[in-house]
Design a protein around this ligand. Sequence first.
Ligand SMILES: Cc1cc2nc3c(=O)[nH]c(=O)nc-3n(C[C@H](O)[C@H](O)[C@H](O)COP(=O)(O)OP(=O)(O)OC[C@H]3O[C@@H](n4cnc5c(N)ncnc54)[C@H](O)[C@@H]3O)c2cc1C
Length: 631
Amino acid sequence: MDRPISRRDFADGVALAGLAAWAAGGCAGPYEPDWGEAWGDLGEAADAYPPAWQGLQGDTADAMAVPDALHGRRFWRHAGVPRPTGERYDLVVVGAGVSGMTAAYRWWSQDPDARILVLDNHDDVGGRARRNEFRPAGRAGPLVGYGGPPSAPSPPSPCDREAAGLLAGLLAEAGVGPGAFDGRARYRKLGMRDGVFCDRESFGTDKLVVLRPDWIGELPMTHEGQAELAHLLRDAPDWFPGLSEAEKKGRLAGLGYAAFLREVCRAGPEVIRFCHTMPVRERALTSELISALDAWSMAGPHSFPGFGGLGLRRSATDPSPGRSSGDVGDVWCLPDGDHGLIRLMVRRMIPEVAAGDPAEDVTLAPFDYERLDRPGNRVRVRLSSPAVLVRNDGSADAAASATVGYYDGEAVRTVRAGAVVLACPHGVIPHLVPDLPPEWRDALERTVRAPVLCATAQLRNWRSWHAAGVDRVRFTGAYWPDVRLAPSLDTATYRAPADPDEPILAYLVRPAVRADAGADPRAAVAAGRRELTAVPYRHLEFTVREQLARLLGAHGFDPARDVQGLTINRWTHGVPLGPTAERPAKRFGRIAIAGSDSAPGANAAITTAILAVDELRADRPDSAARSGQGV
Ligand SMILES: Cc1cc2nc3c(=O)[nH]c(=O)nc-3n(C[C@H](O)[C@H](O)[C@H](O)COP(=O)(O)OP(=O)(O)OC[C@H]3O[C@@H](n4cnc5c(N)ncnc54)[C@H](O)[C@@H]3O)c2cc1C
């Protein structure tokens, strides 16, 4: 009876179904792949270094057991009585993603003596911005990549001045400046391009079409289908003559992109099938689940068919202002994507975490995870510790502090805080804060995050990609629609593979919403999440190898020999899928909300963190301003 409650005790039916499926697939526990030399010179240190962990990572059963139990209202039935740790902080942040770490960093920048605690349910910092690291034999240093969103938000993109300043400062420290963002230039110099793989799942046959001039004629479609696609790409008419620009955008905003193609453009089934996975690269969603306005605003010249004749101009309120998935190359800042920003912030706040020269490139600086949560630290990051309760001490109007409870793997522990920033998914917040104002609760509960899988594969070399003439390929219907080589980005000390004979990382993304599960996005998301949770890792590994073989087998790729390592990042709560909730405009007592669910993009994660901290700091009760004096 006195046995401590473990995370697994909170696992719900979904997680248990997933575990049962694993067991049925021959893996009774977390799967530990035998990658042999893929660990390279990291040796046993890899055990304490989450970025090097392969197999299934991200929203694992362990990471999600407590948040899911809170959501299912089961947690407190088993949790026992909370026990105070006696710790007091100026700020407690819930969520160690881009937003939460920015909140901690903002507070620390203004008060370097502050005591700050960051809590997260995952085993690594970064939230969905997870780092994946591999050590191929024979390479000097690791291959570094990302397991979530690809690009760090960059200063030229439209975030407010404060956020841009914070980013520019951090990125300058990493030696990344404007002009260093094109991660595909090296591949283009080698004659490699985009490709579309029309697959047997959607076209009855497998065919790679490299996007050279006149590529449409190579598609395995009827002449009518090819002509229709060419028409929609090159000379689509104005579908809404007589409407103002705002009215046209309003129409597009109210339609899914697939519905726009079907109902407005009257596109036939071949074109609809061809376009199905187009939004995956930018949004990790398929064409039914993004609005036509979103598709238009992502489109560079000639990428999403159907918009050419509308004569629309870009504005700051568009869903993806200033971004383009066209032929100009994506925006890449750091080899580990948004996680690089997290590292920069953590290293500043907890210098001991990265031994050695502080000027050393943060991409390669070894991080000691044991040092994230030492009693002597003023800033502490406590991983695998989901928050379960956040409450103002007293009425929201008068509270000078708040109490935060978290689950440490055995019991609920509490700390006191002068201020709390909630930078976790908004849907979690009503389950953490029992006395939340009802209008906040309603808005926060409406937010939805769609599930997604992001695989990072270590490949022996990239000769076969070079021979195929592609570095980035969209599959029209196969399991992983977005397949690409890692962007080739050098930093001060990190050298991306430059020769096709060198080992390299490849990324594969699978949006996991079940669009066929009904018109209600929540039902589609829930069905996708159930499927994702149940699928065995071995099956995912098989699909990665099989799909790469279909793409590259004709050019010498051997899936058994050439895939040397694999991390599959499962995000059951991955990509924001509207509607977004307005961020509550003011704090609730000593609690404020940050995070990226109120507006799309990591820029929003940063901006909301800055707003939340500034609100809490603007009118701190004097007694709460310093730890140990009233909190
Ligand atoms: C493939 C991919 C593509 C994406 N593309 C886009 C895009 O196009 N546009 C876009 O807006 N976003 C996109 N995202 C989402 C993107 O990751 C976020 O916008 C960004 O990382 C912001 O992070 P955040 O800090 O707000 O949230 P997160 O990274 O989710 O961080 C929040 C953290 O809080 C943790 N948490 C949850 N509950 C608790 C709890 N009870 N206690 C403690 N911690 C808790 C979470 O587990 C997580 O670690 C994409 C994500 C993926 C995976």
